[in-house]
Design a protein around this ligand. Structure first.
Ligand code: ADP
Length: 335
């Protein structure tokens, strides 16, 4: 599809360039012809040359009337313009192809990414659906269900539905973020970080980890709900991937016009091999513990990265396996 689109776009660019070039050539030819005609007429009158007068040029061979010289100059002008246009055609052909590729490559990449995203999303959506379907099929195939068995089946189905809900919420969030711009206003970082910590206090208690929020009063430029969401994602991961009785520290320091927010945990850490990929959609590091036991779909950090990108900031991670991780988000201070 993109090969034929490149070909068609190349032809369009080429047609536009050649139309302009031919138009200019016609104008140049028209004005030059007039000029030539006038100058030949002026010289004929000046030297009082009759129609039969012949000119001997320096080359010793040309013996022509002024009209023949005029016609000769005209055809040389025409030939030069044709040669110039042929040159432009060849150069413009190459340039048009390069331009067409440049125009279409990002669109091709975006379409490919969308296709991959749809394929990954449907694969992830199928997993809980298949689990639910097979559990129900097994239950229907056997003898009558006792109420305890029915309750267990419903409970398990409910868990899968909760996973589907979480997954579709993540997918929806990513879809909303595509091509979206945020409206920036001054955001009190102390207030948004407290809100994020509050949202996760139940999860932190359940996991037995303590969150130490050291963020003081400072104001960043951004969207407060998105910044709460960003901190919730980072804190939620820190909780999920940390052992009981460990500590998570949330801090922020200013550097010039920027603030560096850090989320530090003492959890399982991330292998150097996985670090470049953890911000990719659906990527989950393949550790013995995380994939099987810890809930998630690998969407959190890509949503977080989108939020940071929309704010014109950066997000980085430094980590040591079995020692912990530090996520650093750089956001602009409110001007
Ligand atoms: P998930 O839903 O799997 O947590 P994320 O996109 O939030 O998805 O994270 C991607 C992967 O990065 C996780 O599966 C995990 O392997 C790794 N990760 C993220 N945060 C941490 C952390 N604080 N400690 C250890 N690993 C982490």
């Amino acid at each position: 599809m993109f090969r034929s689109a490149t070909f068609r776009l190349t032809l369009w660019y080429l047609a536009i360039i050649m139309a302009i070039s031919i138009l200019f050539s016609v104008v140049i030819y028209g004005t030059s012809e007039q000029e030539l005609q006038q100058s030949f007429r002026r010289e004929s009158i000046f030297y009082q040359l009759g129609p039969g007068f012949r000119v001997n040029l320096d080359d010793g061979q040309t013996n022509a009337t002024p009209q023949e010289l005029f016609n000769d100059a005209k055809s040389r002008l025409k030939l030069n313009l044709v040669i110039i246009n042929a040159g432009i055609l060849i150069l413009a052909g190459g340039a048009s192809y390069v331009l067409a590729r440049r125009t279409l490559t990002p669109i091709e990449a975006a379409l490919e990414a969308q296709g991959r995203f749809a394929a990954d999303a449907s694969h992830e959506l199928r997993t809980p659906l298949t689990a639910m379907k097979s559990e129900i099929e097994v239950a229907l195939r056997g003898k009558e269900l006792s109420s305890a068995e029915a309750r267990q089946l419903l409970g398990s189905n409910l868990e899968e539905i909760a996973k589907l809900e979480a997954l579709s919420a993540g997918l929806l969030r990513l879809a909303q973020q595509d091509g979206q711009a945020i409206s920036k206003s001054p955001v009190d970082l102390a207030a948004v970080s407290s809100a994020a910590v509050k949202r996760l206090s139940a999860a932190a208690n359940k996991q037995g980890v303590q969150i130490d929020n050291r963020i003081g009063k400072m104001t960043v430029g951004g969207d407060s709900e998105s910044i709460v969401e960003l901190l919730v994602i980072l804190l939620d991961n820190a909780i999920k991937y940390s052992p009981a009785k460990s500590k998570i520290t949330l801090d922020a320091t200013t550097h010039g016009h920027w603030v560096n927010i850090t989320v530090r945990d003492e959890g399982q850490g991330i292998k150097a091999l996985d670090i470049p990929r953890i911000f990719d959609r659906f990527y989950r590091a393949d550790t013995s513990r995380s994939k099987q036991q810890i809930a998630g779909y690998g969407l959190g950090l890509s949503i977080a990265k989108n939020i940071v990108d929309l704010h014109g900031g950066t997000i980085e991670v430094a980590s040591r396996p079995e020692k912990g991780s530090v996520f650093t988000v750089k956001l602009p201070l409110a001007s």
